[in-house]
Design a protein around this ligand. Structure first.
Ligand SMILES: [Zn+2]
Length: 106
């Protein structure tokens, strides 16, 4: 069973490998830099794969946040906290969407 690295659903069927491996990191209010987990290989389910292929970052983020909420991950209901969360997700996804990743079946 492969879980999708975008939406976490256990139905990943595709593997994306960015041409350039990039890592994103966050800096907390205390100035601590926290690298985001990303091994340079991104598994995707059919739905997320469509969004990656069409470079639809907005729907990809919406889908990721929705499934996290469904799975019981505590997320803010809105406002700056949710915006921050979306920015974190977007920054991490940008490391694979930037450039043209190679795509292969899992
Ligand atoms: Zn997915």
């Amino acid at each position: 069973m492969n879980s999708c690295d975008f939406c976490t659903m256990p139905t990943a069927r595709w593997l994306y490998i960015p041409q350039v491996r990039a890592l994103a990191a966050l800096m907390t209010d205390e100035g601590v830099v926290v690298p985001l987990p990303n091994d340079g290989r991104w598994k995707a389910c059919d739905l997320c794969s469509d969004l990656v292929d069409t470079d639809d970052m907005e729907r990809l983020i919406a889908r990721a946040l929705t499934t996290m909420r469904t799975l019981g991950v505590p997320l803010p209901d809105g406002g700056p906290d949710l915006e921050f969360m979306a920015t974190v997700v977007m920054t991490n996804f940008a490391t694979v969407l930037a450039g043209v990743p190679t795509k292969q079946p899992l």
